[in-house]
Design a protein around this ligand. Structure first.
Ligand code: AR6
Length: 180
């Protein structure tokens, strides 16, 4: 599924983000930036030790912020490491921190002249964020950014499971009204 935002595109697909051929893939990391399970583990495994070596020099990353490294052996040139919120019921600023994780990742992509960037579903695995609510925030934040930053040609959400793909597609559909 794909929508146009001016000259840019937002694409939803099901798949493994480590296989993406884009300028940057985003990693759903933790504040240490020293690796973990889930998509973080998969990215470090596929990209090799050079990514971790660069991460060690970054001094961690606050929730809602993002930092960039090489893509190592990945097809993607860069990995943008961001940290989403841990879901604690929704009253602990989780929506703001999640939106910030997407926005800061997009800013870092833009600053580093990336014209294509792929995201996983940040915070909805080990961090427990409900997928429907997370999808709304992810899609709204990406769309708002692309409207203002047409230098970013394509943003992709790469959903690992068919269920997550369906949820994101369902939430994107009502957002596809044309600009006034
Ligand atoms: N490609 C795309 N998506 C994937 C892949 C993959 N190869 N593998 C998993 N996912 P999670 P979080 C999906 O737990 O919730 C780590 O240990 C997965 O199905 O990876 O932000 C970090 O170090 C889910 O939909 O990230 C942190 O400690 C989504 O990626 C913590 O987990 C996010 O799940 C971060 O938790």
């Amino acid at each position: 599924m794909e929508i146009k935002i001016g000259k840019s595109r937002l694409l939803l697909k099901q798949g493994d983000i480590t296989q993406e051929e884009v300028d940057a893939i985003v990693n759903a990391a933790n504040s240490s930036l020293l690796g973990g399970g889930g998509v973080d583990g998969a990215i470090h495994r596929a990209g090799g030790s050079e990514i971790l070596e660069q991460c060690k020099k970054l001094g961690g990353c606050a929730p809602g912020d993002a930092k960039i490294t090489t893509g190592g052996k990945l097809k993607a040139k860069h990995v943008i490491h961001t940290v989403g919120p841990i879901w604690r019921g929704g009253g602990e600023d989780e929506p703001r921190i999640l939106a910030s994780a997407y926005r800061r990742s997009l800013e870092v992509a833009s600053e580093n002249h990336c014209s294509s960037v792929s995201f996983p579903s940040i915070s909805t695995g080990a961090y427990g964020y409900p997928v429907t609510e997370a999808a709304q925030i992810a899609l709204r934040t990406i769309i708002a950014f692309l409207r203002k930053h047409q230098e970013l040609k394509e943003a992709r959400m790469v959903l690992f499971s068919p269920e997550d793909f369906s949820t994101y597609a369902r939430e994107l559909r009502p957002m596809t009204v044309p600009d006034m």
